[in-house]
Design a protein around this ligand. Structure first.
Ligand SMILES: Cc1cc2nc3c(=O)[nH]c(=O)nc-3n(C[C@H](O)[C@H](O)[C@H](O)COP(=O)(O)O)c2cc1C
Length: 271
């Protein structure tokens, strides 16, 4: 029988290898049986009130895939035109997918989450309904991405389908009703090269024991620096420890220790 340690080793290995890959080998195909295994992982995601507030559209017909590709080419052109300096990748790589999975959030199911009995408590519960819905979709997408890795393929997670214009374009292509929103689009393919890892904060920096440690609170200036100077590298480079990047000093600048060490906020001053 497999021990708990073996199971953890297998699980964390799949989790660490799950990667956002935006270049696939062209001309590959995959059986529907494999795609169903991937969808099955999504079906087992936890959801608020076990509402199962999503549907999974699997696109494996090249004609439909090309229509979805066109929607995302328009979406990334909008990012270039209307979004502040986001390092958007051209979506042409969707042409090389073996399938595209789209997770549709069914917003009506928010009514299955806690509802206030009086107007005074409306805001408290209403706003959290949205978070429960989105968190549930996140769990489904994560399960799907992990299964993709486990069957030897790779994927990305595109959130652009959640934007109004893109959602409407996808609705036109896929025919889903009003009230459903394409919060997660997952292009799946065979990776052009093995992207084994990605920048992550050190475990020590992320974990707080028995309460929040203010020395781990990342200052606003560090966040600003990330957005301006680091983000475009942190999203794409294949190395876990940013301190090991060849050009770490240049890229991380005065915040190198904060990005790579356990305490980004020595002294713990907040605000
Ligand atoms: C909610 C969410 C939305 C994302 N949206 C996009 C997206 O629209 N396009 C994209 O290329 N990657 C997207 N990503 C992928 C992230 O850029 C990626 O997870 C991050 O850079 C870490 O890389 P890794 O997934 O390879 O570990 C998204 C990830 C999440 C969790």
């Amino acid at each position: 029988m497999e021990s708990a340690t073996d199971r953890y080793t297998d699980l964390i290995d799949v989790m660490r290898r799950r990667r956002s890959v935006r270049r696939f080998e062209p001309g590959q195909t995959v059986d529907r049986a494999v795609l169903l295994k991937i969808a099955e992982a999504g079906r087992w995601a936890p959801t608020g009130a076990n509402s199962q507030c999503f549907d999974i559209v699997v696109v494996d017909d090249p004609k439909v895939r090309d229509a979805v590709l066109d929607v995302f080419i328009d979406q990334s052109n909008r990012l270039i035109d209307h979004v502040k300096g986001f390092p958007a990748v051209k979506k042409t790589y969707l042409a090389n997918t073996v399938a595209i999975v789209i997770v549709l959030a069914d917003e009506r199911w928010k009514q299955a989450f806690p509802q206030a009995t009086t107007a005074a408590w409306e805001r408290e519960y209403h706003e959290n309904n949205e978070r429960i819905l989105i968190a549930s979709i996140g769990a489904a997408v994560q399960n799907i991405q992990l299964a993709v890795t486990a069957v030897g393929l790779t994927s990305a997670w595109l959130s652009g389908g959640g934007e109004d214009t893109t959602n409407e374009d996808l609705r036109r292509v896929l025919g889903f009703p009003e009230g459903l929103r394409a919060v997660g689009t997952i292009p799946i393919g065979v990776p052009e090269k093995d992207l084994a890892s990605r920048y992550r904060r050190p475990l020590d920096q992320v974990v707080h024991w028995n309460g929040y440690d203010p020395e781990k609170f990342r200052p606003q200036a560090m966040l600003d620096y990330y957005v301006q100077e680091v983000r475009q590298f942190a999203m794409y480079r294949g190395e876990e420890d940013a301190g090991h990047w060849e050009d770490a000093d240049k890229r991380l600048g005065p915040w190198k220790e904060a990005f790579t060490g356990p305490r980004p906020n020595p002294g713990g001053k907040i605000g």
